[in-house]
Design a binder for this molecule. Structure first.
Ligand code: NAD
Length: 283
């Protein structure tokens, strides 16, 4: 069997064009959705992610602002900046680009963002709302994964979903969203014994470990749906996922590539959340 490819690029394009229509409508109603990204320092990877976020925002019609500060910015000053954007009605979404310099407490920063403007979905209020099935901003990568599954007609109900990785921004939330859709969910992580014996049971396998080639064709159940979140550089400096794609596509039924899979959807869901935040401010 050769798997069909889930093109995140294609799905993102369709979603963005739908969002652009919604933004045009919002603007007619006098609401111009706005997103501010706060960057401390000049980490090249962060700058590259921000470039993608700016491009998607501008394509959709969202007002985009990058607020960049030197690496030396104090935590106190950063918290003050966040507060000023919490109060600024031109910006419906606030995103503080991670990672932050070591002298700044990431948790304090995330908690400072108003949950109503937390378009990254990292604030504990949004995570708690997600856990209890309430309406909230979902973190963008898990939301993008669920949207791809929905569009591809993959219903998680009754399926065994295995998530490799338990980070707060990807692994844990995507497992919870799969659970909400009635999958039976197993989490694997760096302390899991005999990883392959568990991944081989997965009808839906989500891999978010950040280790190139962690999952090979032998670790996948024939016909499984494989979502590769990983973003790594191989020995030639080429972007690759956590799944050995060429082998895996001979075993899976559906698979996401890297690049062109989860990445474009993550950025699109950020725009989606920003538009949702703007909608809520309509009188
Ligand atoms: P993280 O480093 O916070 O977490 C990695 C997780 O993988 C940990 O829970 C760890 O226990 C687990 N893990 C590590 N080695 C393992 C092993 N050998 N076996 C089993 N589990 C193992 O990473 P993260 O922030 O969740 O990101 C994971 C990957 O996804 C990274 O490559 C990151 O760049 C990528 N990512 C991509 C997007 C996107 O939009 N495409 C978004 C976020 C993260």
């Amino acid at each position: 069997m050769t798997a069909s490819i889930i093109s995140g690029t294609e799905i993102a394009k369709q979603t963005r064009s739908q969002l652009a229509k919604e933004v045009a409508q919002l603007r007619e109603e006098g609401v111009a959705p706005g997103l501010v990204i706060i960057l401390v320092g000049d980490n090249p990877a962060s700058l590259s992610y921000i470039k993608g976020k700016r491009k998607a925002s501008e394509e959709i019609g969202i007002d985009f602002k990058l607020e960049q500060f030197p690496e030396s910015l104090s935590e106190e000053d950063l918290l003050r900046v966040i507060d000023s954007y919490n109060e600024d009605s031109r910006f419906h979404g606030i995103l503080v680009q991670l990672p932050l310099p070591k002298h700044i407490d990431e948790i304090a920063v995330i908690e400072k963002i108003s949950p109503e403007k937390d378009v990254d979905g990292f604030h504990p209020v949004n995570l708690g709302r997600m856990l209890t099935g309430q309406k909230c901003f979902l973190s963008c990568t898990p939301a993008g994964i669920m949207e791809m599954l929905r569009i591809k007609g993959v219903d998680p109900a009754g399926k065994h979903a295995v998530v490799v990785g338990r980070s707060n921004i990807v692994g844990k939330p995507v497992g919870q969203l799969l659970l909400k859709e009635n999958a039976t969910v197993s989490y694997c992580h760096s302390r899991t014994r005999d990883l392959s014996s568990i991944t081989k049971q997965a009808d839906i396998l989500v891999v978010a470990a950040g280790k190139a080639n962690l999952i090979t064709g032998n670790d996948i159940k024939p016909g499984a749906v494989v979502i590769d979140v990983g973003m790594n550089r191989n020995e030639h400096g080429k972007l690759c996922g956590d799944v050995a794609f060429d082998e895996a596509k001979e075993v899976a039924s559906l698979i996401t590539p890297v690049p062109g899979g989860v990445g474009p959807m993550t950025i699109t869901m950020l725009a989606y959340n920003t538009v949702e935040a703007a909608k809520k401010t309509r009188s």
